[in-house]
Design a protein around this ligand. Structure first.
Ligand SMILES: [Zn+2]
Length: 757
């Protein structure tokens, strides 16, 4: 389409009037051009995103030829409570659903991060301080200090016929060479025989491991990354080939699990999946209470009481029991086992489904845990289901384990322990509720919407933290959410840029992990929802992403594209600024000029209009005003030159336009983008009679000039105050300069600048 300036007339009457105002001020507008460097802040992401293909479309949805691998596991495992070891025999059925023939397959041996030859301590920097506590030297990763012999001991790797297979262990990865090529559409069955010494979490802060309770001599096991797991082979990475160094989490394929866990028979196990043999491992009383819990939608039912758990602590048994669990379409399997466990459960209604919310905790967690944990699980399932998909698994478990928050399908391990006397502070309670919501929320990101955590932490932590914030706000009154509110990210955003990396940085290379991967993307989601897109467009797009990628493997571009595709909002500038950059939001009110249109009629009022009152004290060297004390300046709307109409045969009623604008207040506002990150502008006007008006201007206003914009606003009433971002929703790092009349600290800053000059 070819345009020229005249097509502004080809519009509806209202738009026409608006444009005409601008015609009158055309001279002023053209004067305001500034030299600036083009930061490409509004360029499309283009080549920064992968080229769409038949597996992943340009819309952000899985393509027609989308595929993913599948791994099914049958595992028999025994936990030895006397020696704190675990020994397993597992059979893996690996389905090659890719279009590629495979000569070898890769298995992840994450426990090897703790092996004696681990690279993790080698790549961890350290230095000597004079006053280091012993734990510091343990944290340096030197197993010599603790004498701990960690890592998988692989006994055998065999094919379905029982023949040894060739394998090579490269630290946390094991390559199994196949005798015959695994063709597309084929599957292979093989087995791994292994054992390892369970780590003490107090010493190594492991995601899984044991906690020892000195007072009663019992252990609480939270078992994670406890068995050799298939690596992901994908259309975007081939085989996942990044070693587990400890920080970047996991990339895992979906599959079905059939797991038999043998433990002392007085232990209670919480695990991924559904218990297949309750009559063999639970008492009839426990089964009866369990059945009650399935029908209790208002409050948890205690299945194993504190009294019953405490009784077992002092009289451990020597007999064993085998718990049998099955889970479908999960990417991992974790469990917790202890004779110390109290256990409660209740049912939750999400859509047509009624999953169970459950908690397992030692007496050390009470009375906090019996009160808050299962309710928090329920709250999480309800809120997350609303924003994503109905929670599809049969249960969600929260286990109390000291000083950790860590997630697995259907089960997570959470901190929040009262003092020895059972009392706890409001902050302990709030932090415990927060971590339960967060870790249960991980069922959705990344357990169901299965992103690659080894590459991108924000895709699970950031999106999850955003919904954690929504849950805190929607389910708890006056909850002091730490991550999510825009104002809480300001300290990080304005920090030293040498210590800040873009959100789009690999998990292992992130600096300021919590801020980068949790708080910043969560805040970005909030700003997108509340300020950029609006709730309705955002919620629909976010839900679309969840629906499209549930039980699949999304990549960052799939998220970016879906959010735009489902909302009709071009967000490339937003992803560029918030996800690929380290700029921050900081708008500065540079100048405000007040104008009135000269009244042409020879009325008393017209004659009373004076020209500009000069008040040099309130004008700086750049000609910027600091307040309204100069009064207004009169402008004249001249008659239209007939040449302006070009070929059009109709004309504008100049007098009518003048009459319409006469006596109105026009404010020419100049804003500087001091922080570099482009942002919508929220501008609050306070009028002489005390009333207020808020206007929101889309970020596209910065598309021609990323550093400075000037815009004219017409108001009936005189304005006394202008505030940018009055509700602190854009994470503007310096709000002192968001006002007109300018505030003290800004003029101090100007004086400081002048002094320097
Ligand atoms: Zn997390």
């Amino acid at each position: 389409m070819v345009t020229n300036k005249l097509n502004i007339y080809n519009t509806a009457n209202q738009k026409f009037m608006k444009k005409i105002k601008l015609v009158g001020l055309a001279l002023l507008i053209t004067q305001l051009t500034f030299a600036q460097e083009w930061g490409r802040k509004f360029e499309q992401l283009g080549t920064m995103l992968p080229t769409p293909n038949e597996y992943r479309t340009a819309s952000g949805a899985p393509g027609g030829a989308y595929w993913q691998q599948r791994a099914d596991y049958v595992i028999n495992v025994e936990l030895d409570d006397n020696n704190q070891t675990i020994k397993g025999f597992e059979s893996i059925t690996y389905f090659n659903q890719s279009p590629d023939p495979l000569n070898y397959i890769w298995v992840q041996l994450d426990q090897n991060m703790r092996a004696k030859d681990s690279e993790s301590p080698l790549v961890r920097t350290s230095s000597i301080r004079g006053d280091s506590i012993p734990a510091y030297f343990v944290a340096m990763g030197n197993n010599e200090v603790t004498g701990y012999d960690g890592g998988f001991k692989i006994i055998a790797v065999k094919d379905a016929g029982g023949n040894d297979m060739n394998y090579t262990i490269n630290h946390t990865m094991m390559r199994i060479d196949l005798a015959n090529v695994l063709k597309p559409g084929e599957k292979i069955v093989f087995s791994v025989d292994w054992w390892y010494n369970i780590n003490n979490r107090m010493l190594d802060h492991g995601r899984g491991g044991l906690e020892y309770f000195e007072k009663d001599g019992n252990y609480l096991y939270t078992m994670a990354q406890w068995f050799p797991r298939m690596a992901v082979y994908s259309d975007f990475h081939g085989w996942q080939n990044k070693q587990f160094l400890g920080r970047g989490e996991f990339a895992l394929a979906f599959g079905n699990y059939d797991v038999k866990i043998t433990v002392p028979s007085d232990h209670i196990i919480g695990a991924t999946g559904t218990l297949q043999n309750p009559e063999e491992v639970l008492t009839s009383t426990e089964i009866k209470r369990f059945e009650q819990a399935k029908k209790s939608f208002t409050e948890p039912v205690i299945i194993v009481t504190q009294e019953e758990a405490v009784k077992k602590e002092s009289a451990p048994v020597t007999t064993k029991a085998t718990w049998h669990f099955k889970a479908e379409n999960v990417r991992d399997f974790a469990f917790a086992s202890s004779r110390k466990f109290i256990w409660d459960a209740m049912a939750v209604k999400v859509g047509d489904l009624t999953p169970l919310a459950m908690s397992y905790y030692p007496k050390e967690g009470n009375p906090l845990w019996e009160k808050e944990s299962t309710i928090a699980v329920k709250n999480t399932l309800e809120t997350y289901s609303k924003y994503t998909i109905d929670y599809p698994y049969p249960k969600a478990i929260s286990v109390h384990a000291a000083s950790i928050g860590m997630e697995y399908p259907m089960i997570c391990f959470n901190f929040g322990r009262p003092d020895e006397d059972g009392t706890y502070s409001e902050s302990t309670r709030n932090r415990m509720v927060m971590v339960v919501i967060h870790e249960v929320g991980h069922n959705f990101f990344p357990m169901i919407i299965n992103s690659d955590e080894r590459q991108w932490t924000w895709m699970d932590e950031g999106l999850n933290t955003f919904l954690q914030f929504r849950t805190e706000q929607e389910k708890y009154e006056n909850y002091p959410s730490r991550r999510g509110p825009a104002k809480n990210i300001v300290g990080y955003m304005k920090g030293d840029k040498n210590n800040i990396r873009p959100i789009m940085t690999n998990s292992e290379q992130l600096k300021q992990f919590g801020n980068n991967a949790y708080a910043k993307p969560a805040t970005a989601m909030n700003i997108l929802r509340e300020t950029v897109m609006g709730n309705e467009l955002f919620d629909k797009a976010f839900k679309t992403y969840a629906e499209r990628w549930a039980f699949k493997h999304p990549e960052p571009a799939d998220f970016f594209r879906t959010m735009e595709d489902a909302s009709g909002v071009d967000l490339d500038w937003f992803w560029r600024g918030w996800f690929f950059g380290t700029d921050h939001v900081d708008l500065t009110v540079e100048n405000v000029k007040w104008y009135k249109v000269r009244d042409t009629e020879n009325t008393l009022e017209g004659r009373a209009q004076k020209g500009q009152i000069k008040n040099p004290a309130n004008v700086d060297e750049d000609g910027n005003f600091s307040d309204f004390s100069n009064g207004f300046e009169l402008i004249t709307i001249t008659d239209t030159n007939p040449r302006f109409y070009g070929e059009f045969k109709s004309t504008v009623d100049d007098e009518a336009i003048r009459a319409k604008l006469s006596g109105k207040n026009m404010y020419e506002v100049t804003l500087r983008n001091s922080g570099g990150l482009v942002t919508p502008i929220i501008i609050e006007w306070t009028f002489k009679d005390g009333s207020k008006e808020t206007e929101k201007i889309p970020a596209e206003i910065w598309r021609y000039n990323e550093e400075r914009i000037t815009k004219v606003f017409t108001k009936d009433q005189e304005v006394t105050n202008i505030t940018i971002d009055p509700l602190l929703e854009t994470a503007d790092v310096n709000t002192d300069d968001n006002y007109f009349p300018k505030r003290e600290s800004e003029s101090k800053f100007d004086k400081f600048k002048e002094g320097k000059n």
